[in-house]
Design a protein around this ligand. Sequence first.
Ligand code: NAD
Ligand code: ZN
Length: 269
Amino acid sequence: MSDGNDSKKPSTNLDRAAQLLNEAEFSIALTGAGVSVESGIPSFRGPGGLWTKYGEPPLDGYQRFISDPERAWEELLKPTEDWLVGLRQTLGRAKPNVAHFSLAKLESLGAIGALITQNVDDLHRQAGQRELYEIHGNFKLLRCVGCSKRFSFENFPVDVKSLPPKCPSCKELIKDDTVHFGEPIPSEVLASCERVSERADCILVVGTSATVYPAAGFAVEIARRGGTLIEINPEPTELTELATIFLGGTASAILNDLSEKILRLHRSG
Ligand code: NAD
Ligand code: ZN
């Protein structure tokens, strides 16, 4: 998308968004499944969504894990449920797209100070995002339910004859890091998200339907106290009426243009 107008006076919504991000004291970003759609990961809900295709996963996933961790670990190591097999294959193949790289560029330009993602796909990390809070966990990691220490799934020694594995530090149960239905968000991640959103005077919300809380609440809270809310989504969402600027379109096209505009603002001093 190009508006062909390089004058210093903002004339399009994209120009205004770039200027607002540039002028903010401390901006953060909040992302959802939409930023990874162009990496080949379908969202959960909606047409083509994994849940639409395979049906909704159990709403008591965490309870099931805690009440029978041995069985849950067998499923984790050799998934039999169709939606899990499908999700695991899709996540394993995905690579970051222009949207992820543009967000990492916005961070290196100082235009965003932290990124909260609801995605579990590891793609922001692979794109080089540094100040990253994965509020629903990361599918490549394991986490101790006792001390919250995280481990690489790939490198953690799992003895299939003695499931579930236990934490080498505190001997508590190890589970996958992704936050299941019914599971509390790990307190240190939640505290970090709260800390950065309390500080923020601007939030860039990309590719989320903003229906899952507490994540959506960070954007609502910033907008309600008079901060700037810039939203990028092909469709309006529940947040759109609170948005200072709504940029309709795909995450990769708009974020690419936005990061280019901010780079130009920096160069023109
Ligand atoms: P959602 O499925 O509820 O909404 C996705 C949003 O992305 C929609 O508003 C849609 O209009 C928008 N969208 C679609 N294509 C887009 C594109 N190319 N560019 C920008 N936006 C686009 O997703 P959500 O709000 O993140 O909530 C779903 C929950 O499911 C989250 O909690 C998340 O943890 C989980 N989830 C994660 C992944 C992942 O890790 N990639 C994938 C699916 C779901
Ligand atoms: Zn532990």
